[in-house]
Design a binder for this molecule. Structure first.
Ligand SMILES: C[S@@+](CC[C@H](N)C(=O)[O-])C[C@H]1O[C@@H](n2cnc3c(N)ncnc32)[C@H](O)[C@@H]1O
Ligand code: SF4
Ligand code: SF4
Length: 384
């Protein structure tokens, strides 16, 4: 692939149109409020977790309300087929448990959270009232104006819209064209409700040009991006065949993906707001060559997963783990030795954007302050 610049990005008709003006009429949430919220939900829990190093005090929890989904992205093993979602009782008990542990960041995960919109709105309201920073990842297809107003009013802090292409094609279903009206309304209402919007983009062997186009689009709309490298799971998932999936990055894609990553690093240095640190983007190059060394993942310590039935897992990748990691009734079973053994095996084959950032920013007090400052001042946040 020849080196591309911003001007080489495919000119899909809606890409370069003028973003709509922000909504007027309601008082915008002030930066000082965002800074306060970032301190309350990220910094203080993190500092407390460092001071009480012998206790289990997760800073960030991934919260699965549904595994069902209205799509079937080729790379995704994290979806079920018509499985009952989390009950309201379990959801309330899980939020209370997290609150007791000192955790104040609740990141929905799935499946597609919006398959039960009223459930998500009410749970967001409950958690936001308790001071949680609530993060909502979604493919956006079921989003409409009423939902955006309802979730904004309920107190959501970040909406992460997952799109992998400007327009859809085989294996890549999440595209911006499909959700453009709701995307524009979501961005328009940001200041009114005080949430951040950003685009969540999965880099595959098929969508290199689209990643550039989406990056430019996000920049024009004044929102952040976060990038994931699509990767096969470390364990088996029923009904998911990694070998039958055609979107992994293979040998023949390395050159093109390398050039994309260099382009993203240049954009990051030029001031585009991205969740991924340059270190994470650089690690992607080693990852696609299978040369990534083991890294100090903090899953099961600083971050964790709550499954549909209220049981725990260390991370997204181990959702289907059959080991006992504890649950909201009995408490956690994340013993350090077991986690260390696990990560020595799995971390060279995993580049979890969220856990890699968590690992980076939780290495020192100074780095955690940087995280909060980024949050408050550059609309920065990202998970998964
Ligand atoms: C599992 S989905 C759940 C929320 C929502 N349905 C969505 O698509 O964002 C969360 C994110 O996981 C990421 N993901 C899913 N499968 C992945 C894989 N094999 N490798 C890397 N990231 C993956 C996608 O980027 C997706 O946006
Ligand atoms: S990545 Fe999200 S939208 Fe795609 S199948 Fe998985 S859960 Fe559904
Ligand atoms: S490195 Fe961390 S996030 Fe990745 S699979 Fe292992 S435990 Fe999970």
């Amino acid at each position: 692939m020849a080196t591309q610049s911003a001007t080489d990005v495919p000119r899909t008709s809606f890409l370069f149109r003028r973003p709509p003006a922000p909504a007027t009429g309601a008082p915008p949430m002030r930066r000082t409020n965002q800074f306060r919220r970032a301190c309350r939900s990220w910094l203080f829990p993190y500092l407390k977790s460092r001071l009480a190093a012998n206790e289990f005090r997760p800073v960030l929890s991934f919260f699965y309300t549904d595994l069902n989904c209205n799509l079937n992205c080729s790379y995704c093993y994290s979806r079920g087929k018509n499985i009952p979602g989390m009950s309201w009782e379990t959801a309330c008990a899980a939020v209370e448990w997290l609150e007791r542990q000192g955790c104040r960041v609740l990141a929905y995960m799935g499946g597609e959270p919006l398959v039960r919109k009223p459930f998500i709105v009410e749970l967001t309201r409950l958690a936001a009232q308790k001071g949680f920073f609530v993060y909502l990842p979604t493919n956006g297809i079921l989003m409409d104006r009423d939902f955006i107003d309802a979730i904004g009013e309920a107190g959501v802090a970040a909406v992460n819209l997952a799109v992998d292409a400007m327009d859809g094609y085989a294996g890549i279903h999440k595209n911006l064209k499909r959700i453009l009206p709701q995307f524009e309304y979501l961005v328009q209402q940001e200041k009114r409700y005080g949430y951040h919007t950003f685009l969540n983009i999965n880099i595959t062997g098929k969508n290199v040009d689209d990643v550039m186009a989406l990056t430019e689009t996000a920049h024009r709309y004044g929102i952040a991006t976060d990038y994931h490298i699509s990767e096969p799971p470390p364990i088996d998932y029923e009904g998911f065949d990694p070998a039958g999936t055609d979107v992994w990055i293979r040998e023949s894609h390395i050159e093109a993906v390398d050039e994309l990553i260099d382009w993203l690093i240049a954009k990051n240095r030029a001031g585009y707001t991205m969740v991924n640190s340059i270190a994470h983007l650089e690690a992607m190059k080693r990852f696609i060559r299978r040369e990534l060394p083991a890294w100090p993942c903090r899953a099961g310590r600083v971050s964790m997963v709550i499954r549909l039935d209220g049981s725990f897992a260390p991370c997204f990748e181990y959702y289907a783990s059959e080991e006992d990691w504890g649950d909201i009734r009995r408490g956690p079973r994340f013993d350090e030795e077991r986690l260390t053994r696990l990560k020595a095996r799995c971390s060279p084959g995993c580049l979890s954007t969220c856990n890699y950032q968590v690992s980076h920013y939780s290495q020192s007090w100074l780095r955690s302050l940087q995280w909060v400052a980024k949050h408050a001042y550059s609309q920065f946040f990202g998970v998964s």
